[in-house]
Structures are given as structure tokens and as C-alpha cells.
Design a binder for this molecule. Structure first.
Ligand SMILES: [Zn+2]
Length: 303
């Protein structure tokens, strides 16, 4: 038993050493993406399982950039933007066969990427009806296909150029983690699951965990790529800087129009306001109530 434990320790150490080897390769890039040490390595029972796990990472897309292949944790640990310094990295969007970009769903953008009242909207919302088919934007491998409380049914696809695309609030998943997909493959059906205020697709693009503004690479009016290359430098993440909003979020509120909420056990105005991205004052104004008004079960309020 003791011997087995020592073996496990040895293999774990070897794994750490190989992870460091990956990091030193990354250092030779214009900037160091410095992935955070991962705590997602599964519990290793024996050497075969460890070898199989390492094979899974090695055979996953962009394995030279990512330290792990995690099919449970939705977000990969964000790389440190300060590590970019003045470097620039170019990501090719038109790699081997992956220039066949397919728009995930041909619909109207109802909420762009950008600051939105009390939270930052890290994706683009596209209007659809529940049941509409949602397609993979690029070739890749499905990393996440599961239900989450906020994203609802969500699919995350990792692509060979290091980007990851997210498809959230789906009514139905049509893929499983580990599955290879081509651009245009149906990965799920649109819906209204998770924190969603009506059927829509929430679409994100990330690089090593950091959100990218999809408008930097995609025209949502022409449903196509606007560039063959995504430039990653400090400017790419300027949206984090304090100051004026970088996008117009006027339309985000339109999703709320007409929404009627029925009061359930345990509801409070602050919780409802938080969930729907509005404020207690606005809820009171719209419904002619006060902050001190006691909500009745079954009472209908306008959001
Ligand atoms: Zn959204």
C-alpha cells in the first residue's frame, strides 16, 4: 500500500515537471499566458489512468496552450493580461479547414458584449425561438456539454487556434464532452434555461479563459467573419479599463420588455432585481409599489 502511494506521488511529481515544461515553451511566445496551476487533475488511482489522462490532454485542441482538459469546470482559469506587456500574438481564424465559419444562429443581436447595469456581459445575445438549431462556429472538440445554474444547458468548444466558444441557455444538448465537431454541426437547440429572460442564444468567445469581444472578429449583421486573424494584445482587453462603456447596451433592456414575473416563496425585490439585471427602484416604479411593500405569493409584477 505504501509502495503504491509512493508510486502515485512519483507520477504526480512527473506530471508537475511536464506541466512546467509546457510553461517554459509558452514563455518563448511574445507574452506569457501563464496558466494558473490547476486543481482539476482528477484523483489518480494508478499509472494507467495517469497515462490515459495525460494522453487526453495531449490529444486535445491547443494542448500547447492549455494546461488541462476539464470537462466539468466551465471557465478555464483566466491568464494574466498584465503578462502581455507590449507583446502581440496573432491567432489565425482560417486554419486547416476552419475557415468555414458558420454563424451559430442567424438572428438579431439583442444585447452586445459590454457593461450592462450591475454586471459585465461577456457575450453576445442572439434572439431565437426555443427549439431553433444552434451550430458550432468553428471546427473543434466539445469540452463542456452540461447544465449549469447560470448558463443553463451550455456547450463549450475548444478550437485548435486556442479560442473557446460558448453557447448558453440551450433547451437541449445535442453533443457530449469529448466529441469532435465541424463548423456548422448542430450542437444544441436554443432555449431559455439558466439565468435567461426569454429564449435567446448567449454566445461567447474566449482565449485562455479571457473573454474576447465577438464583434472584433464577427459581423453579426452579415453573419460572417470580418477578419482572418485575431490580434491579441493589450488593446484586445481594453474593455476591462474603467471609464466609459465600450459598447452601447441600450438594447439589452428590450429583452425585459413585457416580462411578467410571478412571486414565489422566498422571493425578495432585491433578489428579483439582481436576477433580471434591474434595480429595486425601477421595479417599484413600474409596479407602483414601495420597497417596503410585502410581496404576496402568486402576485404578478412587471420586470
Ligand atoms: Zn447573454
Amino acid at each position: 500500500m505504501k509502495k503504491t502511494f509512493s508510486l502515485i506521488l512519483l507520477f504526480s511529481l512527473l506530471r508537475l515537471v511536464s506541466a512546467n515544461a509546457v510553461n517554459s515553451t509558452i514563455t518563448s511566445l511574445p507574452f506569457n499566458p501563464s496558466p494558473e496551476p490547476t486543481d482539476t487533475v482528477p484523483y489518480i488511482i494508478n499509472a494507467e489512468e495517469l497515462a490515459a489522462y495525460n494522453d487526453t490532454i495531449a490529444s486535445s485542441p491547443a494542448s500547447d496552450l492549455y494546461a488541462d482538459w476539464d470537462t466539468e469546470t466551465i471557465h478555464y482559469a483566466k491568464f494574466n493580461i498584465d503578462s502581455i506587456r507590449n507583446g502581440t500574438k496573432k491567432i489565425t481564424l482560417c486554419g486547416n479547414n476552419s475557415c468555414g465559419y458558420v454563424h451559430p444562429f442567424l438572428g438579431k443581436v439583442t444585447c452586445p458584449f459590454g457593461p450592462h447595469r450591475r454586471y459585465y456581459h461577456f457575450g453576445v445575445d442572439i434572439d431565437l425561438e426555443t427549439g431553433d438549431a444552434v451550430a458550432a462556429a468553428f471546427d473543434g472538440k466539445v469540452r463542456i456539454a452540461k447544465k449549469s445554474s447560470s448558463y443553463g444547458n451550455v456547450v463549450v468548444i475548444r478550437h485548435s487556434n486556442g479560442l473557446e466558444t460558448y453557447y448558453a441557455h440551450l433547451s437541449k444538448l445535442k453533443v457530449v464532452a469529448g466529441q469532435d465537431v465541424f463548423a456548422g454541426d448542430i450542437i444544441g437547440l436554443g432555449g431559455n434555461t439558466g439565468y435567461s429572460r426569454g429564449s435567446h442564444l448567449h454566445f461567447e468567445v474566449r482565449y485562455l479563459g479571457q473573454p474576447i469581444n465577438p464583434f472584433d472578429i464577427i459581423s453579426f449583421t452579415e453573419d460572417k467573419l470580418i477578419t482572418d486573424t485575431l490580434v491579441i494584445n493589450k488593446q484586445t482587453f481594453k474593455y476591462y479599463a474603467k471609464g466609459k462603456p465600450v459598447t452601447n447596451t441600450e438594447n439589452c433592456g428590450k429583452l425585459l420588455a413585457g416580462k411578467i414575473y410571478v412571486i414565489k416563496q422566498g422571493d425578495s425585490l432585491s433578489a428579483i432585481a439582481h436576477r433580471y439585471g434591474t434595480t429595486i427602484d425601477l421595479l417599484c416604479k413600474k409596479n407602483g409599489i414601495r420597497t417596503t411593500t410585502v410581496l404576496r405569493l402568486g402576485q404578478k409584477i412587471k420586470i
